[in-house]
Design a protein around this ligand. Structure first.
Ligand code: SF4
Length: 351
């Protein structure tokens, strides 16, 4: 989807019964894993020149993907589509060992931008499989992250797509099962699935630490607080972004009277604002802050210029670049830490 810049003054400022305001959730937007993956593609283009191939969308956001395409990235579904000897970046969602092997077989120079928190889940899957556990992976069928994680222990992993799957799960040894999860799920729904799994398998082992990542959790906690006071919640993000879609679900669960997802401000409909006093705004973990800014600008045209941040956590997690990109062509080191918080604070500087 090409970028559609929001035309100003498109939304009308209609009267409502109260002082119009916006509650802006924080944390929102870019997480450390997305920041790292996007910069990995940008640096690969600088370092090796266009084209650089990327397996799948580097992160699930149409604006990020189309921006990188304009800079020379080519997104493919399969390593088979990439000319031999080219550079390829693996997306933040991770890949299975079979994909790594497929790239090596084609003599591709692979740069792995898998989020380190996804790699952590891969390692857990490998370790539990070695210990002969049967792994119940809670996640969404067909999601790239789930395919990558299952590929690390394909013989021993069963996908649990939703709580409704639990009664039908078949395992060989009910006393030797462990659950793992996709990193971007609803915290509440996942805990409900685990509760049901434990009813069926009382000796179910927990993962060593939460698989749902800090960024997913923090964004859900922030939107819960906003939603409780909001007539309408607008979530900026793409429809294939799991954590974006969960923010819409969580907003509705926690009291928002309505919640909609938009890729761009231009998608906000006038009728959504009918009678609305308080608008909550947030964004998924793969959304650059500029898109949130455009939503705020359009809302301001409609009389919602009073913006307060609702801050429920500070984020300072940082990751370093994939090792292939830590030095430039002249051998100079790039050891900067990459985190989501830096880009979020840009909003405060620019307003
Ligand atoms: S949402 Fe979480 S797991 Fe996914 S890239 Fe961001 S930090 Fe990593």
């Amino acid at each position: 989807m090409p970028r559609v810049p929001a035309p100003r003054n498109r939304l009308k400022n209609t009267p409502v019964a109260g002082a119009k305001r916006v509650l802006l959730a924080a944390p929102r937007g870019y997480c450390a894993g997305v920041d790292r993956a996007v910069i990995a593609v940008e640096k690969a283009l600088e370092r090796f020149g266009a084209p650089v191939y990327v397996r799948k969308q580097i992160v699930h956001n149409v604006h990020v993907v189309s921006t990188l395409e304009r800079k020379g990235a080519i997104f493919v579904d399969d390593v088979e589509e990439v000319p031999e000897g080219s550079h390829i970046v693996f997306s933040a969602h991770g890949v299975s060992p079979a994909v790594v092997k497929g790239a090596a077989d084609r003599q591709l120079d692979a740069i792995d931008a898998t989020c380190p928190l996804v790699t952590k889940v891969h390692r857990e899957a490998v370790r539990f499989a070695k210990q002969d556990f049967e792994i119940l992976l809670i996640g969404h069928h067909g999601h790239e992250e789930v395919e990558g994680t299952m590929g690390h222990a394909p013989e021993r992993t069963t996908l649990v797509n939703s709580p409704a799957d639990v009664p039908n799960i078949v395992v060989n040894n009910p006393d030797h099962v462990v659950w793992l999860s996709q990193t971007t799920l609803s915290v509440d729904e996942t805990m409900e699935t685990v509760r049901l799994l434990r009813e069926r398998f009382p000796n179910l082992q927990d993962p060593p630490s939460d698989d749902i990542c800090y960024a997913t959790t923090n964004r859900q906690v922030a939107i819960r607080k906003v939603a409780a006071e909001a007539d309408l919640v607008i979530v900026v993000g793409s429809s294939n972004s799991s954590n974006t879609m969960r923010l819409v679900d969580v907003a509705l669960e926690y009291g928002a009277k309505a919640a909609y997802r938009v890729d761009y401000a231009s998608e906000i409909q006038q009728e959504w604002l009918d009678g609305v006093v308080t608008v909550g705004v947030t964004s998924g973990a793969s959304v650059p802050e500029v898109l949130v800014q455009e939503v705020l600008d359009d809302l301001s045209d409609a009389g919602y210029g009073d913006v307060s941040q609702v801050v429920t956590a500070e984020e300072d997690l940082m990751f370093s670049l994939p090792k292939e990109l830590r030095k430039d062509a002249d051998g100079n080191a790039d050891e900067r830490g990459l985190g989501g918080r830096v880009r979020q604070l840009d909003w405060q500087k620019n307003r």
